[in-house]
Design a protein around this ligand. Structure first.
Ligand code: CTP
Length: 450
C-alpha cells in the first residue's frame, strides 16, 4: 500500500485545495492530510486564518478524500510524521517547490502544479472590509496604523490626530486626516483608540452610541462603573469592545500562561512585575496635544495583566506606594502595588520617571518562570528549577509586538459578532477599579523625597 502525506492550512476550503487533495490521493492508496493548528499558523506568521482548526478539519473531512487527518503543531513535525505513519510520498503544491527537498532522505517528494487564480488569501481579502478610524497622537497610534497593514479585512480609512505632521509616509495614503473626532466617526465602522486615557470613556461612549466597534488601548475607563457601563452598552448594541493590551496577544505570553496554569512550577506563590519607561517625555513634549500620563495610567494595565490572569481578580487586599511629582499634580513618577491573595502575593513596580530591569518572575512551589526585560514584548522565557538540568527555555517568534495578532483577533470578533479577545471583561473592570482606587488615594502611601 502506497501512503501519501500532504499538509496545509485549508482555510475557507476552495477548488485549489480540492484539486490538490484529489491528485495527492491519486498518487497512492492512502492519503494522510496534515492540517495546521491555529498556534502553529500564528507562530509562522500566518495570522489571518479565518476558520478554527476544527472547522478546517471538518471541511477537509467533508471532501471524503482524506483517509486520515493529523494536526500539524510544530516545526519539524513532517519528518516525525513521515516516519511514524510510514509515508512513501510527501506532496504539496508547486508554490513550495524546492522548499521540502530535505525530506527526500525519508520518502519521495512530489510538487503538484498549483491551481491558478484561487487562494485562501484572495478569498479572505474579498470579504467585507472593516473600515477603521485611528484616534491618537502617540507613537503607539503609528504602531497600530503600521500593523493594520498586515491584517486582512481591515483598512485605516481615517486618522484623528493632533499630530498630523507626524503621519509616517510608510502608511501610504490615508483618505482622511483630521483632528475632528466626529468626522472620523461618521466615516468608519470601527475605531482604534490610542488617545489619552482621560478621553477614553467619552470617546468610547460616543463611538458605541454611534454603532461603531471599538478597540481601545487599556484602560477602557478610569472608573469601575464607567468601564462596566461601556461593556453593557457594547453588549446591548451587539458591538465589540476590545480592551487592548498587546502583550496578551504575544505567543510567548500566551504559552507562559498555559504552562504556569498547568502546574509546571507547582502552586503559584508570587508574581513580580516591573515595567518602566522614560521615553515619552523626551519624545513627545513638543507635540500640540501632549498630555503626560503618569505611571499608573501608562503602565497600570500592562503590569496588572499577568497578576490578574494568573491569580484572578479576587485579591484580599491591595496597597499602593507612590511618589507624585510636585510640579505636575496627579503624575506619579513611580508606583508600587502590593496584592495579597489567598495563598499568594503579587508585587508590581511601575515608573515613568525611574528606570529598572523590566522583568517578570512567577514563583511557584516547584520552580519559577523568568521572563527577561522587556517582558511585555518578549519572545522568550525560561522555566527554572532547583535542579538546573531540568530548566527549559521557550522561544516564540514575535511579530508586531502582539499588536498584529490583536488587530486580527478584533477583526475576527467583529466579523463573527463574537468576542474572541484574550482579556476577559472582569479583568478590564478590575483594571479600571485599581486605577480608580489609586486616584482616590485608597490605601496609598505617599512617598516624599528627602
Ligand atoms: N494549493 C493549490 N492551489 C491553490 C491553492 C493551494 O494547489 N490555488 C495547495 C497548496 O500548494 C498546498 C495546499 O493546497 O499544498 C494547502 O494550501 P494552503 O496554504 O492551505 O492554501 P492557500 O490557498 O495557498 O492559502 P494562503 O492563501 O493562506 O496561503
Amino acid at each position: 500500500m502506497v501512503k501519501v502525506i500532504t499538509y496545509g492550512t485549508f482555510d475557507l476550503l476552495h477548488y485549489g485545495h480540492i484539486r490538490l487533495l484529489q491528485r495527492a490521493k491519486a498518487l497512492g492508496d492512502y492519503l494522510i492530510v496534515g492540517v495546521t493548528s491555529d498556534a502553529f499558523d500564528k507562530a509562522r506568521g500566518k495570522i489571518n486564518v479565518q476558520q478554527s482548526l476544527m472547522e478546517r478539519i471538518d471541511a477537509v473531512r467533508a471532501t471524503g478524500l482524506a483517509d486520515q487527518i493529523v494536526v500539524e503543531e510544530y516545526e519539524g513535525q513532517k519528518i516525525d510524521d513521515i516516519k511514524r505513519y510510514g509515508a512513501d510520498i510527501f506532496t504539496v503544491g508547486s508554490d513550495w517547490k524546492g522548499h521540502f527537498d530535505y525530506l527526500r532522505q525519508y520518502c519521495r517528494v512530489i510538487y503538484l502544479d498549483r491551481t491558478d487564480g484561487v487562494s485562501s488569501s484572495e478569498i479572505r481579502s474579498e470579504q467585507r472590509l472593516l473600515r477603521v478610524g485611528l484616534v491618537g497622537d502617540t507613537s503607539l497610534a503609528a504602531k497600530y496604523a503600521r500593523e493594520c497593514q498586515y491584517v486582512n479585512g481591515c483598512q485605516i480609512e481615517a486618522i484623528c490626530s493632533g499630530a498630523i505632521d507626524r503621519q509616517p509616509e510608510e502608511l501610504g495614503r490615508i483618505p482622511l486626516i483630521t483632528d475632528d473626532f466626529d468626522v472620523v466617526l461618521n466615516h468608519v465602522d470601527a475605531l482604534i483608540l490610542a488617545s489619552h486615557p482621560e478621553r477614553h470613556y467619552t470617546e468610547i461612549r460616543k463611538a458605541l452610541s454611534a454603532g461603531k466597534h471599538v478597540l481601545c488601548e487599556s484602560p477602557v475607563a478610569l472608573r469601575k462603573d464607567q468601564c462596566e457601563e461601556l461593556f453593557e452598552l457594547a453588549e446591548g448594541q451587539n458591538l465589540i469592545l476590545f480592551d487592548s493590551i498587546k502583550t496578551a496577544y504575544t505567543t510567548a505570553f500566551e504559552r507562559l500562561l498555559l504552562l504556569a496554569g498547568s502546574g509546571r512550577i507547582g502552586q503559584i506563590a508570587s508574581v513580580n512585575v516591573t515595567c518602566t519607561s522614560l521615553s515619552e517625555s523626551m519624545l513627545s513634549k513638543d507635540r500640540l496635544y501632549y498630555q503626560p500620563t503618569g505611571s499608573m495610567q501608562a503602565w497600570g494595565p500592562t503590569s496588572l495583566l499577568p497578576v490578574f490572569q494568573l491569580l484572578g481578580t479576587h485579591y484580599q487586599s491591595v496597597h499602593f506606594a507612590s511618589l507624585f511629582l510636585e510640579q505636575s499634580p496627579g503624575f506619579d513618577a513611580f508606583t508600587q502595588m502590593s496584592f495579597v491573595y489567598p495563598g499568594a502575593v503579587a508585587n508590581i513596580l511601575i515608573g515613568k520617571r525611574i528606570k529598572a530591569e523590566g522583568e517578570l518572575i512567577i514563583s511557584g512551589s516547584e520552580g519559577y518562570i523568568y521572563v527577561p526585560a522587556p517582558w511585555w514584548k518578549t519572545d522568550y522565557f525560561e522555566i527554572r528549577y532547583e535542579n538546573a538540568s531540568n530548566n527549559r527555555r521557550y522561544f516564540y517568534q514575535l511579530e508586531g509586538e502582539g499588536i498584529r495578532n490583536e488587530i486580527a483577533s478584533f477583526v475576527r470578533s467583529v466579523n463573527t459578532h463574537t468576542y474572541m479577545g484574550s482579556i476577559r471583561k472582569e479583568i478590564s473592570v478590575c483594571i479600571s477599579d485599581i486605577l480608580e482606587k489609586h486616584r482616590a488615594g485608597e490605601n496609598v502611601t505617599l512617598l516624599k523625597r528627602a
